[in-house]
Design a protein around this ligand. Structure first.
Ligand code: OGA
Ligand code: MN
Length: 374
């Protein structure tokens, strides 16, 4: 496999990251996934180390209120060669993922948050995306037109990311959801970052043929704070590279409930999602998603029970989808957005984000997010 990849680099002048990206993006025949790290199974080896988190940072009660297990029970890992990268293998309590999925599908796409559909539809057309979609999803037949929810690709929260200028700004802001802020603050504290402020969120919605292009998240003004990533639904392959496109990436599965933290010298590494792995027909949804909320959370916490009808829609949607929430702190302590106009050419210089392929370059960035179409 590595020999073939090296040959491809030589032939097409490709960078090592793109070669691996294409390898996992291939459909026919499907790629060999044997080199992909599986944290749900992996016990430690020469690349993967179990890592201790800060048990004292979060009481069992507070963890439970956000739908999380006690920190002492989390299975957290670090990767050889990637200091600051932490992978937490599904620390959610049984039943609580349903809440976050429902928030991503029903609550967070609502105004004043911004989504890809707003780029070419009027505010009234993109109002009540959930209500306009549920009948179609519930009675899903082959000829049913795709619902708005199924056309959703990204939602931005807090400081709304501008895909064209690759910046955040003070005047394009709506209040960050309190529940997601609380979840993020707790996870960040357990990872050694007490005081983390969730100021911007990008939610990505993947269908089974979606991918996410190679990019670095560098638009935040302060990079000393971690970037948190939460995944729900179908499994993805995640590629974590280096600071250069020539650095070959490490592949890992991201499953429902998994949390990833990019901090320290791993905060600004190239990464991408080349593919979503189709679930076996016998087991279309991971068992951790099917459970109903236990008594212990629900009552006094952040997490509310999801109704049966809501879950019917969410679970149908997730049969062929993955949802990912990334949460970022944009500003450092006491920092504000620069008020001066950017120098001419400043935008063009910030080329660190993902490269577009020829055919994608024509497409407006704001419509596709950093999704890579097949
Ligand atoms: C992002 C991102 C990865 C994922 O939104 O910046 O890299 O797993 N998402 O979807
Ligand atoms: Mn990213």
């Amino acid at each position: 496999m590595l020999g073939k990849m090296a040959a491809s680099v030589a032939e097409h002048g490709e960078d090592a990251f793109r070669t691996v990206f294409r390898f996992y993006k291939r459909r026919n025949p499907p790629p060999d996934f044997s080199q992909v790290i599986d944290f749900s199974k992996t016990v430690e080896n020469e690349r993967v180390f179990a890592t201790e988190l800060d048990h004292g940072s979060l009481s069992e009660e507070d963890a439970c209120r956000a739908g999380l297990r006690p920190v002492k029970d989390w299975r957290a890992f670090s990767l050889q060669g990637y200091p600051g990268f932490i992978f937490i293998s599904n620390p959610f309590l049984l039943g609580s993922q349903q809440y976050w999925v429902k928030q991503c599908l029903k609550t967070y796409p609502q105004k004043p948050n911004v989504c890809n559909l707003d780029m070419h539809m009027s505010p009234t057309e993109t109002e009540n995306i959930w209500e306009k979609s549920i009948d179609g999803i519930r009675k899903k037949g082959k000829r049913e037109p795709r619902s708005l929810l199924e056309k959703l690709r990204w939602v931005t929260l807090g400081y709304h990311y501008n895909w064209d200028t690759k910046t955040y700004s003070a005047d394009h802001y709506s209040p960050f959801p309190v529940d997601l802020h609380s979840l993020s603050q707790k996870v960040a504290a357990a990872c050694g970052f007490p005081g983390f402020k969730a100021e911007a969120g990008i939610l990505n919605y993947y269908r089974s043929d979606s991918s996410l292009g190679i990019h670095v998240d560098e638009s935040e003004l302060d990079h000393t704070w971690p970037l948190l990533s939460f995944s729900f639904g179908q499994t993805a392959v995640f590629l974590l590279g280096g600071t250069k496109r020539q650095d070959p990436p490490t592949a890992m599965f991201m499953r429902s409930g998994d949390i990833m933290v990019m901090s320290g010298s791993s905060r600004l590494l190239y990464h991408a999602v080349p593919c979503i792995i189709p679930a076996p027909a016998s087991d279309p949804l991971p068992p951790c998603l099917g459970q109903h909320l236990g008594k212990e959370a629900g009552s006094d916490g952040l997490i509310k029970d999801v109704s049966e009808v809501e879950w019917e829609v969410c679970s149908k949607y997730l049969l062929t989808s993955r949802v990912n929430m990334t949460v970022r702190q944009v500003l450092g302590l006491g920092q504000t957005f620069p008020t001066a106009l950017p120098r001419l050419g400043a935008v063009a210089e910030s080329s660190g984000y993902h490269e577009e392929s020829g055919q994608n370059a024509k497409k407006r960035k704001s419509e596709s997010g950093y999704e890579e179409d097949s």
